[in-house]
Design a protein around this ligand. Structure first.
Ligand SMILES: [Ca+2]
Ligand SMILES: [Ca+2]
Length: 404
């Protein structure tokens, strides 16, 4: 600005020398001055504008500052509000915490109450079941009190109240006034039973009303259930234990000498029968395959190492009959050793002069028919029962021999 002003001063000094310059140059200079003047005016205008602008800017600035100041104040105020709000929120938060806490407590107490309610419900339900059961029992009891005694029970009227059948007895029927003792061969170890149990194999019971069975003694056995006795071991076997269902056979070539042996030491080396004889227990027997008078029969047996058979007891008689049923050679009646040739009616075995301890006479025998029957036969026609027969009759001899 200042330079422009100096320039303008120097230009107005040149104007005084206008007569020394050519018209053209002068004219050009005038035009330039005009331009410069215009530019000067523009500049002045611009300076004025700028000064106005500056003022405006100052105003604006002041306004800005005022604004800033006002905004700052607002902010501070706002800040206070916010802080108040924060404080209020914090207060609310505390309140909420407290509410939450008490709510939790409430929930806990509700749960506790629910639990107690559940327990109570269960208890009440259990109580109902118990009452229902009691009621049923009462009904049942009243029905029972008029009911007939069931099997295994009895009473004087046959109606409740009933008593258990004693041990060793039973009652299979309903409404009974007594119990029945167990039969032989059975037992009952419990009271109130409707049946008795047959004795197991290896045991027996000979009495009624028993609570148990007895084991077979040593030297005996029982294969069947419900037995009243045990069977002695056969000759040739033994049993060392009680309660057995069988006996043990002696080793080959050995035998016992009697029934009912209880130890293997009873098995001793055995002797054998003469050739042609059949062994039954400790004796040997043979049927002569031709028919003779009784006297001829005695002699024939002697020739063949024996004598007419002498049957000492029922066991021997049974063994002989059992064997005869299996003999395959043909034979008629059989002479055996008995005779009353010496004294009528006194039957003896002449070989041993022993009287006949055991007899198995057929019906109406001995009849001493025609006063002429003095010799003893096993009569095949009546299942080998005894008959007195004429000694001159000819039948097959039944010989006996001892073991050799
Ligand atoms: Ca006679
Ligand atoms: Ca006769």
């Amino acid at each position: 600005m200042f330079l422009l002003y100096v320039l303008l001063l120097s230009l107005s000094g040149a104007d005084t020398q206008e007569h020394t310059l050519s018209d053209t140059i002068y004219k050009e200079l005038i035009e330039d001055v005009g331009v410069l003047k215009y530019k000067h005016d523009l500049l002045v205008k611009r300076i004025q504008d700028l000064e106005i602008s500056q003022g405006q800017v100052r105003l604006d600035l002041k306004e800005c500052i005022d604004d800033v100041k006002r905004i700052s104040i607002d902010k501070v105020q706002e800040n206070t509000v916010v802080q108040e709000k924060i404080a209020s929120h914090e207060k609310n938060l505390e309140l909420l915490k407290s509410v939450l806490h008490s709510t939790r407590k409430n929930i806990e107490s509700v749960y506790t109450a629910l639990y107690h309610q559940k327990l109570l419900t269960q208890y009440l339900r259990g109580n109902e079941d118990t009452l229902a059961r009691l009621s049923k029992l009462e009904t049942h009891l009243s029905a029972i009190s008029q009911a007939p005694c069931v099997a295994g029970f009895y009473s004087s009227t046959g109606l409740a109240p009933c008593t258990l059948c004693e041990i060793g007895s039973y009652q299979a029927s309903v409404g009974s006034t007594s119990c029945t003792p167990c039969g032989v061969g059975s037992y009952q170890a419990s009271a109130g039973s409707s049946f008795c149990t047959p004795c197991e194999a290896g045991s027996y019971q000979a009495s009624v009303g028993s609570s148990s069975c007895t084991l077979c003694e040593m030297g005996s056995y029982q294969t069947s259930v419900g037995s009243t006795s045990c069977t002695p071991c056969e000759v040739g076997s033994y049993q060392a234990s009680t309660g057995s269902i069988s006996c043990t056979a002696c080793d080959a070539g050995t035998s016992t000498t009697a029934m009912g042996s209880t130890a293997d030491t009873d098995c001793t080396v055995v002797s054998s029968c003469p050739s042609g004889y059949h062994r039954l227990g400790l004796k040997c027997y043979a049927i002569i395959r031709a028919r003779f008078t009784w006297l001829e029969a005695q002699e024939t047996c002697r020739i063949f190492g024996g004598y007419l058979a002498e049957i000492k007891d029922s066991s021997e008689y049974s063994q002989i009959k059992k064997w005869l049923a299996q003999v395959t050679i043909p034979f008629s009646d059989l002479w055996i050793g008995g005779s009353d040739l010496l004294i009528e009616g006194q039957w003896v075995y002449p070989g041993s002069t022993a009287s006949l301890n055991y007899t198995k006479w057929a019906g109406k025998q001995p009849d001493n028919y025609q006063n002429n029957e003095h010799c003893l036969e096993l009569n095949r026609g009546v299942d080998f029962d005894y008959n007195d027969k004429s000694c001159s009759s000819k039948v097959n001899p039944l010989c006996e021999s001892r073991l050799t």
